[in-house]
Design a protein around this ligand. Structure first.
Ligand code: PRP
Ligand code: URA
Length: 211
């Protein structure tokens, strides 16, 4: 079974509380999404492989550990996932970025894919899928289906979100038990319209000012 990591560091909880506030404007919402993403990215990269190198301090020669140079890709689910890309790239500047365009039909809540463009060697990379909201789980499951069709192994995929509903966590774990989930908060439940409670509203609309 995959790991569910709720990153409840005090700084994340503080910033999440600010992010949920309906009075927060677009500019501050965007900035906070990026800041929180950096904290989540710090956790998601915790098990990156390391290698030993010899360096020379001003005093002595010393063996130290550096990142072994794993090939990474960030895969935002459009639109809202775009808001998390810069935060991830600050931590992993050499990562490639692939885009997955997806929207939920408001009546059926079923996701529809409208765009898919990945780095050419995507099957050789560890892929970090990002989307602020895990609600029913339909969008991320369809995004991972598309990656798997392009020969990415589920065990090489991680999913990072800001807010997760228990319903979405269960659906994703049932569909892809190999995919670890990292979230800034595990909320209570979905409402009858498929929105997360307490949640933060429509993440895409709040990021891009299309409310
Ligand atoms: C939101 C969100 C996720 C999806 C989550 O996107 O960013 O992609 O809903 O819901 P699910 O887990 O039930 O699939 P939306 O469809 O509103 O598109 P947008 O990002 O373009 O606003
Ligand atoms: N998508 C969002 O943007 N917010 C929710 O609460 C659920 C899905």
């Amino acid at each position: 079974m995959s790991k569910l990591v709720v990153i409840d560091h005090p700084l994340v909880q503080h910033k999440m509380a600010m992010l949920r506030d309906k009075e927060l404007g677009t500019k501050d919402f965007r900035e906070l999404v990026n800041e929180i993403t950096m904290f989540l990215g710090y956790e998601v990269t915790r098990d990156l492989p390391m290698k030993e190198v010899e360096i020379e301090t001003p005093l002595v020669k010393s063996k130290q550990n550096v990142i072994a140079g794993k090939k990474l890709a960030i895969a935002p689910i459009l639109r809202a996932g775009l808001g998390m890309v810069d935060g991830m790239l600050l931590l992993m500047p050499a990562a490639k970025v692939g885009h997955i365009g997806m929207f939920r039909d408001e009546e059926t809540l079923q996701p529809q894919e409208y765009f898919f463009k990945m780095p050419q060697d995507i099957e050789e990379r560890e892929v970090i899928v990002v989307d602020p909201m895990l609600a029913t789980g339909g969008s991320v499951i369809m995004a991972i289906d598309s990656l798997v069709k392009r020969n990415v192994k589920p065990e090489n995929i991680k999913f990072v979100c800001l807010v997760a509903a228990p319903e979405g966590v269960k659906a994703l774990q049932d569909a892809y038990p190999e995919v670890d989930i990292f979230t800034g908060a595990l909320d209570e439940k979905l409402n009858e319209d498929g929105y997360i409670l307490p949640g933060l509203g429509d993440a895409g609309d709040r990021l891009f000012g299309t409310l």
